[in-house]
Design a protein around this ligand. Sequence first.
Ligand code: FAD
Length: 503
Amino acid sequence: MAIERIVIVGGGTAGWMAAAALSRIKAGRPLEIVLIESEAIGTVGVGEATIPPFVGFNELLGINEADMLSAVGGTFKLGIQFENWGRIGDSYIHPFGAYGYSMGGISFHHVWHRMAKAGDPRPIQVFNLETMAACFGKFARTQDYRRDDLPPVNYAYHLDAGRYAAYLRRVAEARGVVREEGKVVDVALDGQSGFVTSVRLEDGRSFAGDLFIDCSGFRGLLIEQALKTGYEDWSHWLPCNRAVALPCLREDGSPPPPFTRATAHRAGWQWQVPLQHRNGNGHVYCSAFMEDDEALDILVGNIAGKPQAEPNWLRFVTGRRKKFWNKNVVALGLAAGFMEPLESTSIHLINTGIDKLISLLSLEGITKVQEDTFNRLTGREYARIRDFLILHYNATSRDDSDFWNHVRTMEVPETLTEKVELFKANGQIFREEDELFTETSWAAVMMGQGIEMGSHNAMADALDPATTAHEVNEMERSIRYLVGAMPGHGEYLARYCPAALAA
Ligand code: FAD
């Protein structure tokens, strides 16, 4: 059956990202795209830190970066600072760019390890532009200096999630997406195929469709409540199941830092996402080890200014739908699954879900092979991210609470054990199945949390010491020069995209 009408249920970040992206394939064709959302239900109201591929997503939509950041009070993000993870008092940055660059065909951390063993005292962080810029509160974009002899800047955004969805709504509606307000109360299925045929709203109106995108949030209105797809529960590996969010003013007048902060606490961790006009804050915790009152007290005691709203309480079960695409329903966002926001991967998974959907979509109709491919690729993506998140909890020597004792000693997936053991042996990291996280990401978190490389790739010893030393020194020098020449992050924002926040 040809696809003539796509119905998106939900108008949170997932719904409007899908609407804006799908509107690009409409271009003159008789394809209707309808988005249904309910103001009475509202959105989850969190999700403010992103990762670099999100910059490309906005570019593809033809969005002007400065205009968008200005409208959402956005800031730039060069990585995440993790505090108290390996041990209380520890701090490290997981940066977006790479440590150095590969030499003689091998990754830089092997070369660095060889030099460190020979007595070079420089930490690996000085060979990463994003880490150094973040530490000094500096920022610039590659296009500001356009010099081939200097490394590029890899960045993402912090944004106000509600304002971003509103921004995308304007983009999508301008391209012909029709928004309908109302609460879906019934989902009709075809008796033979089991496909969703229509959704009915509380006011009695009914919307038929050929393809449905379920962006209804944790409830999974179509994918779960109607199609009973099933959920794979990962809480034995990622046991945090609650969050409380509390935005606050930044009262000390300091410029927003160009990084997200993730501070580990007794039974979970706290995020701080700096926007131009406020900080997003939240405490993610595990209810088996901490009461709600204590979680809120810890959060309130560790935020930089006066709360700007009532606490927003959230409950979740980490894991994924057994199928992300089932019959004629594709789930995106929280309807598809949830892994906690430690590495800001949820909006990214919406982005890659949309990319895959658009690549596989044929307006001629839906086939099983499309569904199977989407599910296989998305399943792998989730599993690789899951392993990376588990690493943060498991690679610790913290023994100051029952929570840390639990996550430090729990069984982890074999795929993760293999990754850690290989790194311990000779620093080798294989990036598997197009996984999101790079060698630098894995190395940053493993080293940041106390996992040491036993040795390095034997090829590193074969590199000429004098030439290598010269190249490495140049690398450090160009990073120092560039960071020195960059403006402060606050200054950059004020010049490039000052917040223009409509009520
Ligand atoms: P929602 O925002 O819940 O939207 C659901 C939509 O469906 C709403 O419009 C609602 O009105 C509509 N709806 C529901 N039921 C009905 C109905 N019956 N009828 C009509 N409409 C209906 N992601 C990141 O990438 N970075 C982060 O830093 C980050 N932090 C997070 C922190 C926490 C604590 C949590 C829980 C999530 C975080 N996320 C983060 C994830 C991120 O918030 C979500 O991926 C993103 O907001 C997308 O949400 P959504 O659109 O799927 O769902």
